[in-house]
Design a binder for this molecule. Sequence first.
Ligand code: PGA
Length: 254
Amino acid sequence: MRKPVLAGNWKMNKTVAEAVALVAAMKDELGQLSSVERVLCPPFMAIPEVARLVAGTGVGVGAQDMYWKDGGAFTGEISPLMVKEFCSHVIIGHSERREHFGESDESVNLKLKAALAHGLFPIVCVGETLALRQEGRTEAWVAGQVKAALAGLSAEQVGRVVIAYEPIWAIGTGLAATAAEAQRVCKEVVRATVAELYGPAVAQGMRIQYGGSVTPANAPELMAQPDIDGALVGGASLKAADFVAIVRAAVQAK
Ligand code: PGA
């Protein structure tokens, strides 16, 4: 059975002081919901403090990005060695990185390989724009992103990867994909592409999240879908009660 993974992507929100308050408001409840994997992904500045606060609760910490080199003259970047000092997970290839910061399929693949080489659990994001969807290109686009991200990985490595299907038109818009459509893409595009590359056993073992305007209201139906193994949550992860409710919905649905 696949253990669902619920990750809160705080994006560029919360000072360290605000992060401490947010964690304090939810860590006891999150700690109890241990049948699913729970991960908080604060901004880099807050990571050490958040990691200290959740230590011993079973709640993991993830970075929102990282560079693929171990160190050197790369001003402004964060290396896998720095990330793994505090984090178990790392988000790679979020659509906002692809759109605003020049992240490419090639850099996603390099970062994914670096994350795996350092024992981190990567959460790789894929998803189509509204224009691609309207042109009927969703399936080919998402399958292409999955293939490019996983290029050169062994089946064993792929077993540690989480893929987040995040349609860009659903991110931060309040317009989540319907549960049926999210299920369809997760199963018939993402899981099917992994099966094509690595065979049915690896595909069945892969955890696939849905992301994009997940809320306490839509989480029960989304989390009940057989091929959706958790969620990558943005806006709602900034409110303790909402994130706890979403995690609880996953616990109850699975
Ligand atoms: P959202 O963001 O939940 O605010 O739509 C999701 C994400 O970008 O991971």
